[in-house]
Design a binder for this molecule. Structure first.
Ligand SMILES: Cc1ncc(COP(=O)(O)O)c(C=O)c1O
Length: 357
């Protein structure tokens, strides 16, 4: 693993750290940050420092042209109190995929992983014990050249920060707005990358969704606006005729690691799966006729969140019969049992955290 140059104040800052009673999601930060700078075609050393504000030149390219990528991973506590990461190499690979998509340099997987292990190990006494709560880890990279010219930056910063967090939604809390006008990503674009612009593009619809008492937007394909794609930060799954269905991956859908994990564990639970095109209108009819019984959002932050109802712009509502669906909760429990180390998942999914600093 790549060594880390540790500023001793970073370790000291952990001594004064206390978790507030109410954590929420992503607002309490572990008081350290790990970073590396890229210049002259190579990455510099990984450094650990106390968490602090950054000083940013107003012409820094990321501020204007959004050349940035990020990841979302979680650190869990095993029943023995050991910190664990879930399929972290998948996040490292996806980070480098996003980097290629955004004309940014790749970072060695072992450097990425060394930083993720270090921040999780350092935060291990602050990973909440309540099942479903965890340490949310945010690796990211941004363009640091200072000039207003529109061209790929030649310098970058890679950083990792972490946030002890509660789960994103409580089961039963999720109403979904069907977006039939705006699009999140189009063919040939960067929808498969975890880059800020995709999330910026989703915000106007989030505001609209909130007006319909919905917590998420369901995006449709950009061309025909007929097929379900995903939500703004999570993939979409439904149960129809007793089978798990999810949209097949295209160049406009982010390949979720939770989605992939669910597709791999569902057969173990006796559930057949299918990845194909899902027509939104047919799906809504299927819920009305009870052919479809459950729908849920899945992703690292949310784990699995059952959907209570779909809402249209004309205020039509389609309830998803059981708001805390039977399969949704069964899969959620099984996945969490693996992530939190209560049962063994497939080889290599649950990784013991190493002290890399
Ligand atoms: C747009 C989008 N789709 C899906 C997901 C789910 O991916 P994962 O399960 O890897 O967290 C995320 C979150 O990372 C996302 O941002």
């Amino acid at each position: 693993m790549t060594p880390i140059v540790v500023n001793s104040n970073a370790l000291k800052s952990m001594n004064n750290f206390k978790l507030p009673e109410n954590l929420g999601f992503g607002s309490v930060l572990t008081p350290v940050m790990i970073y590396s700078d890229y210049q002259n075609g190579e990455w510099g050393p990984l450094k650990m420092e106390p968490y602090h504000d950054l000083s940013i030149n107003p012409t820094m390219k990321v501020l204007h042209y959004a050349q940035e990528i990020f990841e979302g991973m979680k650190g869990y506590l095993s029943p023995e109190g050991e910190p664990l990461l879930f399929r972290p190499e998948m996040n490292a690979k996806r980070f480098n995929y996003s980097a290629r998509m955004m004309a940014m340099p790749e970072i060695a997987e072992e450097t990425y992983l060394s930083a993720a292990h270090a921040i999780t190990h350092l935060s291990k006494d602050f990973i909440p014990r309540e099942s479903g709560s965890s340490l949310y880890i945010r690796p990211f990279m941004f363009a640091t050249d200072t000039s207003l010219g529109i061209k790929p930056s030649e310098t970058f910063r890679f950083m990792v920060i972490a946030s002890p967090s509660q789960s994103y939604f409580k089961p039963g809390d999720l109403n979904v707005y069907i977006e039939r006008h705006a699009v999140r990503a189009c063919p040939g674009g960067v929808g498969t990358a975890k880059t800020g612009g995709n999330y910026a593009a989703s915000l106007k619809s989030s505001t609209k969704a909130a007006g319909f008492n919905c917590q998420q937007t369901l995006w449709l394909d950009a061309i025909e606006k007929k097929y379900v794609e995903e939500m703004s930060g999570m993939n979409f799954v439904a149960i129809k005729n007793g089978k798990l269905i999810t949209p097949e991956l295209t160049d406009t859908i982010l390949a979720g690691i939770t989605r992939d994990s669910i597709l791999k564990i569902a057969p173990t639970l006796g559930l057949e799966t299918s990845e194909s095109k899902i027509r939104i209108n047919e799906l809504l009819e299927d819920f009305q006729s009870k052919k479809a019984s459950e729908a849920f959002a899945c992703g690292t932050a949310v784990i699995i969140a059952p959907i209570s109802k779909f809402v249209e712009e004309n205020k039509t509502e389609v309830p998803v019969s059981i708001s805390t669906g039977e399969w949704s909760m069964k899969i959620r429990k099984y996945l969490l049992d693996i992530q939190e180390g209560r049962i063994n998942g497939p080889q290599g999914w649950s990784v013991k955290v190493k002290k890399t600093y």
